[in-house]
Write a protein that binds this ligand. Sequence first.
Ligand code: MN
Length: 388
Amino acid sequence: MDRFVSIYNKELDYDLPDNINIYDTTLRDGEQTPGVSFTKEEKLDIAHSLDELGIPQIEAGFPQVSKNEQQSVKAIANEGLDANIICLTRTKKSDIDCALDADVDGIITFMGLSDLHIEVKIKKSREEVNQICMDAVDYGKDHGLFVAFSAEDATRTELPKLLDIYKQAQDHKADRIHVADTTGSINPYAMEYMISALRKELDLDIAVHCHNDFGMAVANSIAGIRGGATSISTTVNGIGERAGNASLEELIMALKLLYDKDLGFNTEVISSLSKKVSEYSKIPVPDSKAVVGNNVFRHESGIHVDALLKKPLCYEPYLPEMIGAKRQIVLGKHSGKAAIEEKLKNLDIKVDDDKLLEIVGLVKQEGEKGVKITDQVFEDILKSANIK
Ligand code: MN
């Protein structure tokens, strides 16, 4: 057995579709994290890892941003990956031309559609705005692209206004509509309600793009699927603007283990992909970050370690191998006999019970002082206990 999650998860029928598509936007929204700029080589490397994981669609960038950005997107599009390569464009012909020059399979063309965005940014009538959007959809479709039409700030836009433009997008043969929770400010119940309402009126694929301003991005994404969305936007390590996006690794593992929805990803590459993105983005992954944080499979407490060494699932919901990670037992003030015994066994050292208790005491003493018990510190402790 490699997993043991709550037995209550199985009490409900979640009725999730089998054809859930993940389009990862680490290379676009992730790169829009303040201070992050990937080189072309780094982008290619991340794209390869996403492909290896089995991500069906990669949003590779925003070509209009710069010549370099366009070159990076083009390189990824021509890399021969299994994943479908799409990119972001505004609803402007020049942006779409730039995407076409980058050889992508498709575009996400977006426009802010809340009253606030239209008033502050766009300063045109809603009718004019709708027309501009449809012209962009037509232009993309006329050039043979997969076209997703994205309503930025959709979760702060009234339903009739959204339905009106999404229906027009459908009439103009858009391939998918996107619901962007641009400020991460919807809750999961409202997301399910909103997507269900759209689902009833529309016949094309619906995607949700969630931000994590309230820590709800993954929950909102899954609520979106419950409501009838079939495409989810993610980023590795959840990086992205402000509080970031729905984290790819959390979404995949939650679907696989909590909802019994295995999408066939090679989850063993998750750990290395996370490290790669952390290194290239120069954004450290918090130790307590779900799935990929350093502490997720690291244990110190004596009670936990004693049980873990007998049966890891006592204190882990799944085994670290599933994401290509390793369990770590660390020593400190919470350590008990079992952890020290294990450590000594690994060092091929045998001691009697009294000596073992003495070492446990010394480890606790050092740990309490805030000293990190590294291998070197442990060796010093052994010396002071007259071993070695
Ligand atoms: Mn975004």
